[in-house]
Design a protein. Structure first.
Length: 551
């Protein structure tokens, strides 16, 4: 069979790679039971129940066998069989996992794909014509997975691989992956002295504090008042600050004239658990900020709009690029609601939806199995540099009930329940800092860089002047480090660049005589001489622009 250089859909190629992986594994390890083997964004994988435990070295043997199969140019052929025959075939092959998958397929005619006469797999397809049309591939790793992702099911061995149309494309992708590894927040956090093994170092603590203070400032600008609930109140890690907010609201009798009444709290809360063990992304409990608006019914639409806009402005302020905004609705199967609750749930859903549409925000509707209070909510999502999604904030309207809806005295002097907008402004400071460090490659914006300026002396005779300048900048609120160590100026500059400090001020004889500094940025670019007062004004101006107050 002659192989021709034709244009092939990359997803078909990757799916076909998965079949070749399964075929090679069965050749080498007879008795292997097959799980699933789909194409992925950059390759493919297959899950196996093997008679032996694979090691990394075994991937080389499997790769070699795959290359033999590719060189044989074996055709892929679809076969349609009756459902009963499909079941019997899988039983005869000993493929118990495939028989379970068959039960979830409603079709009467079942699709199989044969690769030559040796390998057959239940699969909808389609595939490429023959194995000789496959491009470049590489097996990249082993991992244990539960069948169907359920921790009560058998553990299978998953083999992952990359698949591309050409060796050049795969080399380009691997180069990209190497760049991502260099920007891993665990690596950068250590080199920048921010955190190490999830322990916050002094610069990292300052970084987190600066971001918290800025968010608190914005919340106060939007008329939210800060509260703090002692951990001892519940003696356990809390999932939300709601209880504290309700108690603070109820600490005195309130009038409808005080509405909307807004509170926020930052605390150590139990966050959503992730299957990914990935540094700061996986820290739990985590530092979170939640806001609560107690409202009358007539305030609800306007305040919901204000909450959405405030969150969007805050994420923009932090240079967080949203990958998605979701309108999440609960999976109602197995949950009993009264007719009143069903009506309320639908009203909340329609209100959230219409507000998003009016705000001209693109959003997706997503069904979630686990939700706080089983109420629909708006979910804000970012992605890390490896394209993994992470939730960073959410807004919902809490159900109206006696426990969650404290009362105010209305205009007729009667008690009237409030409505509460629950706003998880920042789900996890740890996650957003990890994302920022990676996406910005450690080049943090001037306003929340823990160190904004490094002051470097050319020699020790200028050390006293450097220390005095450091004090002057500190009085101006400019965070700085004075490097007066006994080392060359080139070494000091290099150290500052590695720490990605936004600015370096170099002090020598010429600078002292002219009451100026030689200015460099973190990229090493020389910006020339500048008077000290002009430099201070320059930094304040840049910081004010970066902070972009939302109102």
């Amino acid at each position: 069979m002659e192989s021709k250089p034709i244009e092939i859909d990359i997803e078909l190629m990757r799916h076909s790679f998965a079949h070749v992986l399964a075929m090679a594994t069965l050749r080498l390890y007879p008795g292997t039971r097959l799980g699933i083997g789909p194409a992925t964004k950059n390759g493919f994988y297959y899950e196996f129940d093997l008679p032996t435990r694979l090691k990394e070295a075994d991937l080389i043997k499997i790769e070699d066998e795959m290359r033999k199969i590719i060189a044989e140019e074996i055709p892929f052929k679809q076969i349609m069989v009756e459902r009963e025959q499909a079941f019997n075939t899988l039983v005869q092959l000993g493929q118990i996992y495939k028989t379970e998958l068959l039960q979830s397929i409603p079709d009467t005619q079942i699709s199989f794909y044969k690769t030559g006469e040796e390998f057959i797999d239940m699969c909808r397809g389609p595939h490429i014509d023959h194995t000789g049309q496959l491009g470049a591939f590489k097996l990249t790793g082993l991992s244990d997975v539960h069948w169907f992702g359920e921790n009560t099911r058998p553990i299978l061995q998953r083999v992952d691989g990359l698949g591309f149309a050409s060796t050049e494309e795969m080399a380009e992708y691997e180069k990209h992956i190497e760049g991502i590894k260099l920007r891993d927040h665990r690596k950068l956090g250590k080199s920048l002295s921010l955190f190490d093994n999830n322990i916050w170092l002094s610069k990292g603590v300052l970084l987190k504090t600066l971001i918290k203070e800025r968010i608190h400032s914005e919340l106060k600008t939007h008329n939210y008042n800060q509260i703090e609930t002692p951990t001892i109140v519940e003696n356990v890690t809390r999932k939300t600050c709601l209880t504290g907010a309700i108690e603070a609201f109820k600490n005195k009798r309130r009038s409808y004239k005080e509405l909307p009444f807004k509170l926020f709290e930052t605390g150590l809360l139990e966050g959503s658990k992730s299957e990914i063990q990935y540094g700061l992304y996986d820290i739990n409990p985590c530092n979170s900020t939640e806001a609560f608006s107690f409202l009358g019914s007539h305030d609800l639409v306007a305040e919901l709009q204000n909450s959405i806009n405030m969150n969007m402005d805050l994420y923009k302020l932090l240079e967080l690029s949203l990958s998605a905004v979701e309108l999440c609705v609960p999976d109602l199967s197995g949950i009993e609601f009264t007719d009143k609750e069903k009506t309320t749930l639908n009203n909340h859903y329609q209100l959230l939806k219409s507000t998003m549409i009016e705000s001209e925000i693109d959003f997706d509707i997503v069904t979630k199995s686990k939700m706080l209070n089983n109420s629909p909510f708006i979910n804000f999502v970012i992605k890390d540099i490896s394209d993994r999604p992470w939730d960073i904030g959410a807004i919902s309207i809490l159900f109206d009930n006696k426990r969650l809806s404290p009362t105010v005295t209305n205009s007729r002097n009667n008690p009237e329940r409030t409505t509460i907008i629950y706003n998880s402004v920042i789900d996890s400071y740890e996650r957003i800092i990890a994302t920022l460090v990676e996406s910005l490659d450690g080049n943090l914006p001037l306003w929340f860089s823990p160190v904004q300026v490094d002051i470097l002396s050319i020699s020790e005779k200028y050390n006293q002047y450097v220390d005095q300048l450091g004090l002057e900048l500190s009085k101006e609120g400019i965070r700085n480090i004075c490097n007066t160590l006994d080392s060359t100026i080139q070494t000091k500059i290099r150290k500052s660049q590695l720490q990605k400090t936004p600015y370096m001020l170099i002090i020598g004889e010429k600078e002292i005589k002219t009451n100026s500094v030689s200015l460099r940025n973190r990229n090493g670019q020389e910006l020339g001489l500048i008077r000290i007062d002009e430099f201070i004004n320059k930094l304040h101006s840049e910081i004010n622009i970066e902070k972009k107050p939302s109102v």
